[in-house]
Design a protein around this ligand. Structure first.
Ligand code: HXH
Length: 359
């Protein structure tokens, strides 16, 4: 009997030891992403409410900044007029505080994910004045709640048009209700509500010459009018084919030349061209090639980011690991993408991870 118990406990200890040992070893061996970048800039990730559970270990080890992917958008925070829902956003902020992470706020003014009531008045459309009043209430409520916790805000997201024949998006409900003044007003309101917060204009396609020219024109106008804008957020939803790293570098210099901080706010590198209609890359050889292209792209752009550490004040990935990414739904619904640094199966580091941390 005694020998049996002895053998059993011995076995249990052996197994536990092996498991624990393995866990500890791989944890220790893997360098931490944010620690590799302490001399450069904070490394952030966008999280969803569920990724606080699913990706907790990765978040705690590799990131020192966090952004809510959806939980701080207008429709989530104020679904009904005067009815604020802070529960999920608070959870994210508390997680960040517990782990000494920065929080980037995203986003106050956008033409998507806004609540229906915002632009309505009774049966008709709300006048510009009413919309601005509602915006001010929203900004005051949200920024005072997170004062000291959220260090920067994407005040206006994607206001510039993609069309060659248009400057600002005219189909935006903000533009339709208020006219182009909504942009300057939003920044002024945010600055009044939290004078310490760094205020960003955020957009995608920000490296393309035509769109960059329009964004710079907007930023110059705002700065010339004394509007409190402190930074340019380049989203960074790129793919393995484009844009070339040189184009990204040119854009960083151009925005920095305006006297603004630059952040890469929503980084991911898709394996697909934007309009590729396929749902998967089924050929294993093609997949290998694309993942290598992705690793190379990440390596190139991070070399540039490090070079510009004087102007780049943050780099945030739009997700944590490949099992939870908006790219699976947009721009092609149901297309399985693998755009991040950790894999979708076991959250293991991909080749791209090593190219980013080894320099
Ligand atoms: C970002 N927009 C948002 O800032 C972020 O809040 C969201 O969670 C994800 C991405 C990027 C984006 C850009 C264009 C777009 C959709 C999202 O829509 C298009 C789709 C097809 C073709 C052109 C534009």
């Amino acid at each position: 009997m005694k020998t049996k118990v002895f053998t059993l406990s011995f076995l249990i200890i052996l197994c536990a030891g092996a498991l624990l040992g393995q866990g500890i070893r791989s944890e220790e061996e893997l360098p931490s992403l944010w620690q590799a970048y302490t001399d450069y800039f904070p490394i952030g990730a966008a999280v969803r409410y569920q990724s606080l559970k699913n990706h907790r270990a990765l978040l705690e080890k590799h990131f020192n900044s966090i952004t809510a992917e959806n939980e701080m958008k207008f429709s989530t925070l104020q679904p009904g007029e005067g009815t604020f829902a802070f529960f999920r956003a608070d959870e994210i902020v508390n997680f960040a505080k517990k782990n000494n992470m920065l929080v980037r706020g995203h986003t106050l003014v956008w033409h998507r994910q806004y609540p229906g009531w915002l632009f309505r008045d009774g049966a008709g459309k709300a006048a510009g004045e009413l919309v601005l009043q509602r915006l001010e209430t929203h900004i005051n409520t949200v920024l005072s709640r997170y004062k000291g916790d959220v260090y920067c805000w994407d005040v206006v997201n994607e206001a510039v048009s993609d069309s060659m024949s248009e400057y600002l998006r005219r189909d935006s409900p903000w533009y339709q209700a208020v006219g182009e003044e909504y942009i300057a007003e939003a920044f002024r309101m945010a600055h009044r509500a939290d004078p310490e917060a760094k205020l960003f204009y955020n957009d995608y396609g920000a490296t393309r010459a035509d769109k960059m020219a329009k964004i710079c024109f907007l930023l110059e106008e705002l700065l010339a009018a004394g509007v409190p804008v402190h930074g340019m957020g380049m989203q960074g939803h790129w793919d393995v084919f484009s844009p070339p790293a040189t184009e990204i570098e040119t854009a960083i210099r151009r925005y920095a030349a305006l006297g603004l901080e630059v952040q890469i706010t929503e980084l991911d590198i898709s394996l697909f061209r934007w309009g590729d209609k396929r749902k998967f890359i089924t050929d294993p050889e093609e997949l290998t090639v694309r993942l290598e292209m992705q690793a190379k792209k990440y390596e190139e752009i991070f070399r540039i980011f490090r070079e510009y550490r004087d102007v780049i004040t943050g780099v945030t990935f739009w997700g944590v690991a490949d099992d939870l990414t908006w790219k699976d739904q947009e721009p092609v619904r149901g297309r399985k993408d693998l755009p991040l640094l950790f894999d979708d199966v076991e959250h293991q580091p991909k080749e791209a991870f090593w190219r980013v941390v080894n320099f």
